[in-house]
Design a protein. Structure first.
Length: 432
């Protein structure tokens, strides 16, 4: 029989005595039954807390308490089956919310996630870019003397200021005996070389003041993956400015050509043709961020341009006269070509006996060289007693001197060794 305690009465000072627990039947005698359980106050808990007791348990640890909370009334199981079912449903909803992201809070506190839409690049408007940049890209025709004759090559240039100064590559204008600039309107006029930095492949020439300058941008703003367009001068077919579009694949690239390493290159997959060398590489805003170059030995399928951030200081350097072949540079008044590599027909034509030297292929008039008697077909073999093995030696020897200096030229003419004293004039005075 279970006895319900009177919760209103004061708990007894001592629990009622109960017979000891029965011992199991160990074969000596029958066991005695256990006393029925009772409810009594828990001395270890707070007032009003009761736990299940079984009477004296000598030699055994106390039974664990059934309290769920250390303070306050004991936890009770819901007495109604409807409440139990509701609690179960609530548990299911909470779990579903955690798993599926259901929002159980007030509507004002909910934040509905918006789907992310990948940003699509704006299509490159090549016709618009060409229309904006083409008036500032000109055709540059370069005449070079070759073994008593002349050869003409054509490239591009970018007009950079309102006075008609044109930026192009040093490789294009190297050894030029004449420069002709043709604007977008088809009008051609003679141009003058302002300066060359061969190691950096940069040159400036002076064109007509009626040309429209381009907007020079910052190459540092261009990132790998950006779209660019290479704009070259119109060719002779009359099809207008040439364009090639692509994306930037690398920045800060360096390539070596003919023993000279060109730094600060922008690499792109835009196919840049030879006639576009010296032209503009523009970004999506139409700003010139590079000077297009065509380098021998460059990887196929790649185009290159000198980064504009590196070119701008070189422009200033040339404008300040700190370059080769400026109008104030010393000039001998001749163009030369290496003897080595000449065809047997040219060697026979001029009666050349030496295997080294620089063949004179053009003499400016007027010039000190012409006054001293040098002529086309002569081979310069020494300057100031220093041997000359080729055209580069002539340029280096003259470039190390000053306007007004006099040099001793040793040359061969049809097997005869001659000498001449030649004062150096400025390149502007000789038109060279």
């Amino acid at each position: 029989m279970v006895v319900e305690p009177d919760l209103t009465a004061a708990p007894p000072a001592h629990p009622p005595a109960h017979p000891p627990l029965a011992t199991p039947d160990d074969g000596v005698g029958p066991g005695r039954p256990l006393s029925p359980p009772t409810y009594g106050p828990d001395a270890t808990a707070g007032p009003g807390t009761f736990s299940l007791r079984s009477g004296p348990t000598a030699g055994l640890p106390p039974l664990p308490t059934t309290d769920r909370v250390a303070r306050g009334p004991a936890w009770r199981r819901p007495s109604s089956p409807w409440l139990a079912a509701g609690a179960g449903v609530l548990v299911v909803v909470v779990i579903a919310g955690a798993v599926f992201g259901l929002h159980l809070g007030p509507a004002s506190n909910r934040s509905t996630p918006r789907p992310r839409i990948a940003a699509r690049p704006v299509p490159l408007d090549v016709p618009r870019l060409r229309q904006g940049v083409a008036p500032s890209v000109v055709s540059v025709s370069v005449t070079r003397p070759v073994a008593g004759s002349t050869a003409t090559v054509t490239g591009s240039g970018v007009v950079i200021d309102g006075s008609g100064v044109i930026l192009t590559t040093a490789d294009l204008v190297a050894g030029a005996s004449g420069l002709t600039v043709t604007g977008p309107d088809g009008h051609a006029h003679a141009a003058q070389l302002l300066g060359v930095l061969p190691d950096d492949d940069v040159a400036l020439i002076q064109g007509s003041a009626d040309l429209r300058p381009a907007t020079l941008g910052r190459s540092s703003s261009v990132r790998v993956g950006d779209e660019v367009v290479a704009v070259g001068a119109a060719d002779r077919s009359g099809a207008g400015a040439s364009t090639a579009e692509g994306v930037v694949s690398a920045r800060g690239t360096a390539l070596t050509e003919a023993g000279t390493t060109v730094h600060d290159l922008i690499r792109t997959d835009a196919p840049i043709v030879a006639s576009a060398s010296g032209g503009a590489l523009v970004d999506v805003h139409g700003s010139v961020i590079g000077l297009s170059v065509v380098l021998a030995g460059a990887p196929s399928g790649s185009g290159f341009a000198l980064a504009m951030d590196a070119v701008k200081p070189l422009i200033t350097q040339i404008e300040q006269g700190q370059a080769q072949d400026t109008p104030s540079s010393p000039s001998l008044g001749v163009d030369t070509q290496d003897v080595r590599g000449l065809s047997p027909a040219v060697v026979s034509q001029y009666g050349i006996q030496t295997s080294d030297g620089a063949l004179v292929v053009r003499v400016a008039s007027p010039s000190s060289a012409a006054a001293a008697g040098l002529a086309v077909g002569d081979v310069i073999t020494a300057i100031d007693a220093q041997p000359v093995n080729g055209a580069v030696d002539v340029a280096n020897a003259v470039g190390s001197l000053q306007v007004g200096d006099q040099v001793q030229i040793t040359f061969e003419r049809k097997g005869q060794i001659l000498n001449a004293a030649v004062p150096l004039l400025s390149a502007q005075a000789t038109g060279h």
